[in-house]
Design a protein around this ligand. Structure first.
Ligand SMILES: C[S@@+](CC[C@H](N)C(=O)[O-])C[C@H]1O[C@@H](n2cnc3c(N)ncnc32)[C@H](O)[C@@H]1O
Length: 243
C-alpha cells in the first residue's frame, strides 16, 4: 500500500492515535494497524470511527484495569506466556485447557480473541459454542484464521500452495494432511461458518480478507506472499453475541 492512499495521520510504521508509543511494533499491533488502514481505504470505516474505537479499547486495556485471561492447552506455550508477561506490568491468569471445554464462567467476558490459535485446531461447533457461552450478550468473538483457499490449492508434490484448485470446496471440515503425524486443522465453507455462528447466538459483523502488501516477505515456508497478494490466505472473523 502506498502512503498517499492512507488517511492523513494514519501511517503504517507508527500508531497515529498513540503518538506516545512509537516503540517497535509487535506482529499483532502491525496487523491491527494494517487492517484498520485497509478498512479506511475501502471506506468501510472512517478515521474518526477508528479513533473512537481505539479510545474505547484503551479504556478497557489491561493497563487501565481490564482483566485478561489467557488460555492454551499447551503447558509449554503457557510457560512462554508467563515469561513474557513477567516483562510487563500486566497480570493475567493463564488457564491450561482446551478451547473445546473452557473452565470459565458463562457470560463473563466482553471479548474472546484468538490469533491463529484454538479456533483453527478445534471442531468449530465445540470451540464456537464455548466462546459464545463465556461471552456476555453484546460481547465479541474475533479470530484470525487461514482461509480455505491455500488448503484447496495445496500442491502436495511441491509442498507449496499452487495456482490451481486441487480439492473440492464442498464438504471441507477436518484436514489431517500429516496423516496423524501433524496437526489437525479445521476449515468450513463460508456458509457453514455463518450457520455455525448463528446456531450459537453469534451474528457476523465483518469478515476481513487480508491481502499481502506489495513486496511482502514471510518467514513461513507454507505461505507465498505473491500468492497471498492475488488470493486471500488469511482472514479475520468479527462476530457479536446477540443473545
Ligand atoms: C499457531 S499457535 C498460535 C499461538 C499465538 N497466537 C502465538 O502467536 O503464539 C496455535 C496455538 O493454539 C494452541 N491450541 C491448539 N489446539 C488448542 C485447543 N484445543 N485448545 C487451546 N489451545 C489450543 C496451541 O497450543 C498453540 O499455542
Amino acid at each position: 500500500m502506498s502512503e498517499h492512499h492512507h488517511d492523513e495521520g494514519v501511517v503504517p510504521h507508527r500508531h497515529p492515535l498513540r503518538p506516545d508509543q512509537d516503540d517497535t511494533l509487535t506482529y499483532w499491533r502491525a496487523m491491527e494497524i494494517a487492517v484498520r488502514e485497509l478498512l479506511i481505504e475501502k471506506q468501510i470505516t472512517t478515521a474518526d470511527e477508528v479513533r473512537a474505537e481505539v479510545e474505547t479499547m484503551d479504556s478497557r486495556s489491561p493497563s487501565d484495569g481490564a482483566r485478561v485471561v489467557a488460555l492454551d492447552q499447551s503447558r509449554g506455550q503457557l510457560l512462554h506466556a508467563r515469561a513474557l508477561l513477567d516483562t510487563t506490568e500486566v497480570d493475567a491468569p493463564l488457564v491450561c485447557a482446551s478451547a473445546e471445554s473452557v473452565p470459565l464462567a458463562t457470560g463473563s467476558f466482553d471479548l474472546v480473541m484468538c490469533d491463529h490459535g484454538a479456533m483453527s485446531f478445534c471442531d468449530p461447533d465445540r470451540s464456537v459454542a464455548e466462546a459464545a457461552r463465556v461471552l456476555r450478550a453484546g460481547g465479541r468473538l474475533v479470530f484470525s484464521h487461514t482461509t480455505p483457499w491455500p488448503y484447496l490449492a495445496w500442491n502436495f508434490e511441491k509442498e507449496r500452495v499452487g495456482r490451481r484448485l486441487r480439492r473440492s470446496y464442498f464438504g471441507i471440515r477436518r484436514f489431517d494432511d500429516g496423516a496423524g503425524q501433524g496437526t489437525v486443522d479445521f476449515q468450513l465453507p463460508y456458509g457453514e461458518w455463518i450457520r455455525c455462528f448463528r446456531r450459537h447466538g453469534l451474528a457476523v459483523d465483518d469478515l476481513v480478507e487480508l491481502q499481502a502488501p506489495e513486496h511482502a516477505t514471510t518467514t513461513y515456508d507454507d505461505f507465498d506472499p505473491r500468492w497471498a497478494r492475488r488470493w486471500p490466505a488469511e482472514q479475520i472473523w468479527v462476530t457479536r453475541k446477540e443473545w
